[in-house]
Ligand binder design. Structure first.
Ligand code: PXL
Length: 281
């Protein structure tokens, strides 16, 4: 290789923008609207290279969870250990962690990294279908081991109610709850109010003693699945690219709202009849 070609290669390398890298530690959703599949699709759509550590496998459609099978805490720990050693990870998210043992394994595996880069904890407890996803004794492990490492936690109203032991019915009680959670866990809180009645889907960020509202027109007539995963993954993508917390949330809110508008009408298996290869079926 001549000095010339070498210089050209080096120039090219220095000109190509570094791809931001993010790690998702979450469960697999066979219907692929939520979980690790949603996270990877979101990272890719937002120009971020996604790494994964699978915590459990969920056999489900958006309407019904058929079965959840947790991985061992040891394989979860090892998936994280190998990627942390080898990739320049800029931000991390946790999704469904399934059991208390896995929550503890994840907290131990990322404790050093989470001091240097932002960690977003989406405390996934219940599917939109109403099915329980998290073992009840795992909540305490979240509170003691994972929340203290988080730059942001992103509960929805049901999860916030469970963490606080009180229901949240309106905008005023939402603001009180966001603040109470931030003070209880000494971290920033994005409380998602998507399930409250109204024309807009409003979320409240409580950070550094201040409330910021993020709102978008409520998309009606769509039975959603995986919006929380997509939202937190989009926030992590922004953080991995170096955006501020507020900017990451603002852009993520726009992204998730557009994703809901562009949804797949998944339930229509009879539409398969219209494929030419099924003509004689
Ligand atoms: O949307 C919550 C969620 C997160 N992660 C996995 C899921 C679900 C919902 O079903 O399956 C793996």
């Amino acid at each position: 290789m001549t000095a010339d070609t070498m210089a050209t290669q080096n120039d090219r390398r220095s000109q190509s923008p570094a791809t931001a890298v993010a790690l998702s530690i979450a469960g697999s959703d066979s219907s692929a609207g939520a979980g690790i599949q949603a996270d990877l699709k979101t990272f890719t759509a937002l120009g971020v290279y996604g790494l994964t550590a699978v915590t459990c496998v969920v056999a489900e459609t958006p309407g019904k969870v058929a079965r959840i099978e947790p991985m061992t805490a040891e394989i979860v720990r090892e998936q994280i250990a190998v990627v942390v050693k080898s990739f320049p990870i800029r931000a991390i998210k946790t999704g469904l962690l399934c059991t208390a043992e896995i929550v503890t394994a994840v907290a131990n595996a990322i404790v050093d990294l989470a001091r240097k880069i932002p960690l977003v904890v989406d405390p996934v407890m219940i599917a939109t279908s109403g099915d329980a996803l998290l073992a009840p004794d795992a909540v305490e492990a979240y509170e003691k081991e994972l929340f203290p490492l988080a730059r942001l936690i992103t509960p929805n109203l049901d999860e916030a109610a469970k963490l606080l032991g009180e229901t949240i019915q309106d905008r005023q009680s939402m603001a009180r709850a966001a603040r109470a959670l931030a003070e209880k866990y000494r971290t920033n809180v994005l409380l998602k109010g998507g399930h409250l009645p109204g024309h807009d889907a409003v979320d409240l960020l409580y950070a550094e003693g201040k409330i910021t509202e993020f709102s978008a027109p409520f998309v009606t007539g769509v039975a959603t699945h995986g919006t929380g995963c997509t939202y937190s993954a989009a926030i992590v993508a922004g953080l991995a690219r170096g955006d501020s917390l507020e900017m990451s949330i603002k852009r993520a809110k726009e992204f998730v709202t557009q994703s809901i508008r562009d949804h797949l009408a998944w339930g229509d298996v009879h539409a398969l009849k219209h494929f030419p290869s099924d003509a004689n079926a």
